[in-house]
Design a protein around this ligand. Structure first.
Ligand code: ZN
Length: 178
């Protein structure tokens, strides 16, 4: 990206929190974000990459647009017939997933994060629930982290810190682990 770009979009695309809120939390497409501030789809994508915000692939972008239709059927992640609960976490039937359990289920949080990053999580990547509610699988409540980091964050002090950040709307999303 050019210096000119940087000056022009400093308060929008240059601000990781601003861009994260539009692209991940509100789930707007790169094109739509661009239209509101006079930037091209490409410029927005450059900035997403720069901030290490996981970019949705085309398939995922289309799926997001069709979300309303998909939610009406058995593809709906909340569809009771395909989910079960264990230790507070929600599991979803996913028979084609490489890391499904013996019953063909995976945590619903994996599914949501994997949709967002456009690939499967590795065994080293844990999904943490920022607000501490293990059945709150909204993307904004999920964070990818290493096993080590996950253990550390579950000590009392750290959990309090993260909860505070969540309340303030400053949701950390660790996209560095790829
Ligand atoms: Zn956790």
């Amino acid at each position: 990206m050019t210096t000119q770009d940087y000056c022009k979009f400093q308060k929008t695309l240059g601000d990781r929190d601003w861009l994260y809120a539009r692209y991940i939390t509100e789930c707007l497409s790169a094109q739509r974000i661009g239209r509101t501030i006079g930037a091209s789809n490409h410029t927005v994508r450059d900035w997403l990459e720069y901030h290490q915000i996981p970019i949705r692939n085309m398939q995922e972008a289309n799926r997001t647009d069709r979300r309303r239709v998909e939610r009406s059927g058995s593809n709906n992640p909340m569809w009771r017939g395909g989910t079960r609960k264990s230790n507070g976490r929600v599991f979803i039937k996913s028979p084609n997933h490489p890391r499904k359990d013996q019953w063909g289920y995976i945590p619903r949080s994996w599914k949501i994060v994997e949709k967002s990053i456009g690939r499967h999580l590795t065994k080293e990547e844990h999904v943490h629930h920022i607000n501490g509610k293990k059945d709150d699988d909204r993307l904004a409540n999920l964070q990818i982290m290493s096993n080590e980091e996950h253990v550390r964050i579950h000590t009392k002090d750290n959990l309090g810190f993260i909860k505070n950040q969540f309340k303030k709307g400053q949701v950390p999303y660790n996209a560095k682990i790829r």
